[in-house]
Design a protein around this ligand. Structure first.
Ligand SMILES: [Ca+2]
Ligand SMILES: [Ca+2]
Ligand SMILES: [Ca+2]
Ligand SMILES: [Ca+2]
Length: 378
């Protein structure tokens, strides 16, 4: 892609340089003529007076100067004749002069600030080389060109004689777009698994598939993702803290499942939501329960979750669940899943993982700045 950019910019660079050098060359010669020509009898910086009296000179006397590098631009040294007193010439308004200067000498019309180097003179194109190529007293001036990436316009600038990289944004995926199986831009996630361990689980999930299934989920997590496990019955129980260490997570999971006591979904959810801090992650809670019972209303849980930008997905297992309660707490991007059998758990975990990976909170560009927005950008 960068090759493509270079091509673009070289053409633009050439156009920019050509127009630049034309303007500079003219002013350079004029500037020198005003102050630097030796032996100019008329040039007293009194143009206003000349105009008033209408005695503007048709020609002026000057001398021949060196052109040591043969680039047809005159250097700083006066050419001398046999008497060592210079070779006098008359320069007319139209730029012609008389008599001719001898070989290696020129009338002071087009200035050469480096008479030893053919590529440097007041007619040269300024190049990015840390040299004042066009003799205007400024090194590498005006050398910047527009460049493009797939989604941005930037500049390539010349600094200290080197062209810099195009500064256009090259991460060109649209927010929400999926490129090479990675959502753009990718935000790391913090997951909290809120897993029901109430007594009834002995019947609904005898083989603890709700825990074993999490191994697969953990395997799928990207390295920068973190997760935390909270189990609950009458009371919530936090196991460990947020970690991206997959082995650590699996050791928590392996000992987590059991079946005790009653069910308080709300208390566990409030604890889970309170664990999210800051804006560095996309926050996701995955709740699994086979029962009902909550000391906190679904509306309260939802509001708390929305305040903290948490996506809630809930899974109801078996006929003991209260669908409406579990549906009512899901936040905008979340989803409620009902399953009748525990062996359906892994495929739901997988579905939630895939959905979460590609959606949830995403970065959207507005007025040139990134900001977080829920789901797909407007
Ligand atoms: Ca020269
Ligand atoms: Ca030169
Ligand atoms: Ca220059
Ligand atoms: Ca230069």
């Amino acid at each position: 892609m960068f090759e493509k950019i270079k091509k673009y910019t070289n053409l633009a660079m050439l156009v920019a340089a050509l127009s630049l050098s034309t303007g500079v060359a003219t002013s350079c010669v004029n500037g020198f003529g005003e102050s630097g020509v030796v032996g100019n009898e008329y040039n007293k910086n009194d143009d206003a007076q000349d105009a008033k009296e209408d005695i503007r000179p048709q020609s002026h006397k000057s001398f021949c100067y060196s052109d040591l590098d043969g680039d047809k631009f005159y250097g700083k040294n006066q050419c001398l004749d046999k008497n060592n007193n210079g070779i006098e010439i008359e320069i007319f308004e139209d730029g012609t002069y008389f008599p001719e200067c001898p070989a290696g000498c020129l009338a002071p019309l087009n200035f050469d600030c480096n008479d030893q180097e053919k590529s440097i003179n007041s007619g040269a194109i300024e190049k990015c080389n840390n040299i004042d190529d066009n003799c205007n007293g400024i090194v590498d001036e005006g050398l910047e060109v527009e460049c493009f990436s797939e989604c941005d316009i930037g500049k390539i600038v010349c600094e200290e004689g080197e062209w810099q990289e195009c500064n256009a944004v090259i991460d060109c995926c649209e927010p929400g777009e999926i490129k090479d199986e990675i959502p753009c831009p990718y935000n790391p996630h913090q997951f909290i698994f809120v897993i029901d361990n109430s007594g009834s689980m002995e019947g609904s999930d005898y083989n603890n598939i709700r825990c074993d299934g999490l191994y697969l989920f953990v395997d799928e997590m990207k390295n920068e993702d973190e997760a935390l496990l909270i189990t609950f019955d009458d009371n919530p129980k936090q196991i460990g803290s947020f970690t991206s260490n997959k082995d650590e997570l699996k050791s928590y999971i392996s000992n987590a499942c059991g079946h005790y006591n009653g069910t308080d979904i709300g208390q566990a959810m409030q604890l889970a939501i309170s664990k999210f801090e800051g804006d560095n992650f996309d926050n996701v809670i995955m709740l699994l329960t086979d029962g009902h019972g909550s000391s906190v209303s679904a509306e309260e849980i939802k509001k708390h979750a929305e305040d903290k930008k948490v996506t809630i997905d809930s899974i109801g297992l078996g006929s003991g669940v209260e669908d409406n309660f579990l549906k009512s707490m899901i936040t905008k991007d979340g989803k409620y899943y009902f399953i009748s059998q525990a062996d359906q758990i892994p495929s739901i975990y997988n579905e939630i993982f895939m959905k979460t990976k590609y959606k949830a909170w995403t970065e959207c560009k507005e007025n040139g700045k990134w900001k977080q927005e829920y789901g797909v950008c407007n």
